[in-house]
Design a protein around this ligand. Structure first.
Ligand code: IMP
Length: 183
């Protein structure tokens, strides 16, 4: 018996589709960055940790891995636009090829903030890898060079994405169809 109510969670992208797409993204990134110098994958905590773990293993290059933390003010399901850095990178990125790894680009405000901040640190290049994109809610356009899936305007959970801090450990992406918590 899983810890969640199977009738409440509607699977949107199952584990097999996630892994197949991530293998493709890993191959694309490997081909694009081979022989170009130092590459660092920057995961945006907390949501990206599952995607980053799988993406990193699908990349056939000697990459560095770092993390940063952000939080945004406002209600839990919507970015307010005021993004706060809660944990900075552990190493400088000057002269390195940075790939920012996100779970989802929703309004785009978090990614816009991060790209502007990173640009001041003089990396050799910056690109974005996001597992999901919800274009219906975009407030600003941000480039996504490596995109897993475009999804409809639904609040999704699982595979790193949370609802009130929970459900990040689901191995698939799902939508909660229950009125309350599905666990
Ligand atoms: P943005 O700044 O609006 O693009 O939001 C980015 C962040 O909001 C993501 O990294 C997630 O942490 C959170 N977020 C946006 N949409 C969802 C969702 O559908 N489920 C869970 N978290 C989400």
């Amino acid at each position: 018996m899983p810890f969640y109510d199977e009738k409440s969670l509607e699977v949107m992208i199952d584990a097999e589709r996630l892994q197949a797409r991530i293998a493709e993204l890993g191959a694309e990134i490997s081909a694009a960055y081979r022989g170009r110098g130092e590459v660092v994958l920057v995961g945006v905590l907390k949501g990206s940790f599952v995607f980053l773990a799988d993406l990193a293993r699908a990349i056939d290059l000697p990459v560095d891995i770092d993390f940063l933390g952000v939080s945004s003010y406002g209600d839990a399901q919507e970015t307010s636009g005021v993004v706060r850095l809660t944990r900075d990178l552990s190493r400088p990125i000057e002269g390195k090829h940075v790939i920012v790894v996100e779970d989802i680009v929703d309004t785009g405000l978090t990614m816009q903030y991060l790209l502007e901040m990173f640009a001041t640190r003089k990396p050799a290049s910056i690109e974005v890898a996001s597992l999901l994109h919800k274009p219906a809610r975009a407030k600003v356009e941000v480039p996504i060079h490596y995109l897993g899936f475009t999804i409809d305007d639904e609040f999704v959970v699982g595979y790193g994405l949370d609802m009130g801090g929970k459900l990040r450990n689901l191995p698939f992406i799902a939508v909660n169809r229950a009125d309350g918590q599905p666990w």
